[in-house]
Design a protein around this ligand. Structure first.
Ligand SMILES: NC(=O)c1ccc[n+]([C@@H]2O[C@H](COP(=O)([O-])OP(=O)(O)OC[C@H]3O[C@@H](n4cnc5c(N)ncnc54)[C@H](O)[C@@H]3O)[C@@H](O)[C@H]2O)c1
Length: 360
């Protein structure tokens, strides 16, 4: 089980801290008492969770491109991190069809640059590369992917993340085998939902935008099935992997991080659940726009994570939607975003503690 107290006074570097997941991760770390350095471009959306929460004043926020090796290296030299989470990426499938070269440069060479910095900074003891469930060769035959299955994403985003995995595997074998070298892991998480995601072409942000404008939600691909989970679920796992492998390399590895199979829902089912919780007569419509290929099925087998970490999912899909709606209502009412994030983090921590207490 994750022990947040471990992070007190630890020097932690987060790439992609201005993004949706990065802002949540940064807030958890700040609350835990870590000394956080963030490295990324400006927030990718406006509004953004990073700006709304005001976390910037509590960390060392460096705005830079992950492709700029010299600036990244300088940031590592100055921050001397003990733990590194790599989240910076171009993460949108449709954007990757429009800008494949930028996507590969950012997601592949960005990972190379981060790994170069990790191997040349002797303070780093624990490194986690955040990839995605889309790294696998997906034949749309509705199998649940296991970690040893072939990596060969279809679209440029997915494939760039498969490459990011392979780059990490090569660096591990080539440069991190000495006992004193940093522990290296990757985490392949499913689709996350939660308050503060303003990205284009993502299901829940589309739902929130439509709900706030009192319009129907347009669903492009209602039958596409994805392993949805609340953003705090994978973040808790990232923090636990980084924590455990810090003192014992046997915990390092490649991990699927997804919800229980019952939480793998179609986009249409998720939209229906969202409308029910939001109320106010909200509805969705099926409007396929004949966009580029996206996988129809995506399911993850998380047995490895369960076996090695005794992991269990804490917030299932209904709770994830409820919390997302709650956050969106605070946002709509121009309320205190950071206080709302802290409420959710506290609630999740309490629920995780009682869930683990009950099983161990
Ligand atoms: N959101 C999801 O459902 C999901 C699912 C699985 C994996 N992931 C992975 O999690 C990570 C974070 O995703 P997110 O949803 O928070 O995305 P996001 O778009 O909100 O954040 C991306 C972050 O990367 C930064 N970034 C982008 N290009 C950069 C560049 N060239 N140089 C430096 N920084 C750059 C952005 O500024 C931002 O801080 C990504 O690696 C993504 O692939 C996300």
């Amino acid at each position: 089980m994750l022990d947040l107290a471990f992070y007190k006074d630890k020097r932690v570097l987060v790439t992609g801290h201005t993004g949706f997941k990065g802002a949540w991760l940064t807030e958890i770390l700040v609350k835990a008492g870590a000394k956080v350095t963030g490295y990324s471009l400006e927030a990718p959306t406006s509004p953004s969770l990073f700006e709304l929460s005001g976390i910037k004043k509590d960390i060392n926020s460096v705005i830079g491109d992950i492709r700029d090796y010299e600036l990244l290296k300088k940031t590592f030299e100055e921050a001397r991190p003990q733990i590194v989470f790599h989240l910076a990426a171009q993460p949108i499938v449709r954007t990757s069809y429009e800008e494949p070269r930028y996507t590969f440069e950012t997601n592949v060479m960005g990972t190379v640059n981060v790994l170069e910095c990790v191997r040349n900074t002797d303070s780093v003891k624990s490194f986690l590369n955040v990839t995605t469930d889309k790294v696998y060769l997906n034949r749309d035959d509705d199998i649940a992917f296991k970690e040893d299955m072939p990596l060969d994403g279809y679209d440029p985003y997915s494939n760039s993340k498969s490459c990011s995995e392979l780059v990490t595997h090569s660096y591990l074998k080539s440069f991190f085998s000495a006992p004193e070298a940093a522990a290296v892991s990757t985490a392949r998480a499913g689709n996350v939902i939660g308050g503060g995601d303003f990205a284009r072409d993502r299901l829940v942000p589309d739902c929130v935008r439509a709900a706030m404008k009192k319009r129907e939600i347009v669903i492009r691909n209602p039958r596409a099935t994805r392993p949805f989970q609340h953003v705090l679920e994978p973040l808790w796992v990232y923090l636990e992997i980084a924590q455990k492998q810090y003192s014992d390399k046997k915990f390092a590895g490649w991990y699927n991080v997804g919800p229980d199979l019952s939480d793998s829902k179609s986009a249409g089912d998720l939209a229906t659940m969202f409308c029910d919780v939001w109320g106010d007569g909200l509805k969705w419509v099926d409007q396929s726009d004949g966009g580029p290929h996206e996988a129809a099925f995506l399911r993850l087998d998380c047995a490895k994570l369960k076996k090695i970490f005794g992991w269990k999912s804490i917030w299932h899909i209904d709770r994830a939607i409820k919390e997302t709606v709650e956050w969106s209502r605070v946002y709509a009412a121009k309320g205190d975003i950071r206080a709302e994030m802290d409420r959710e983090i506290r609630a999740y921590e309490d629920d995780a503690e009682s869930a683990y207490y009950k099983i161990h």
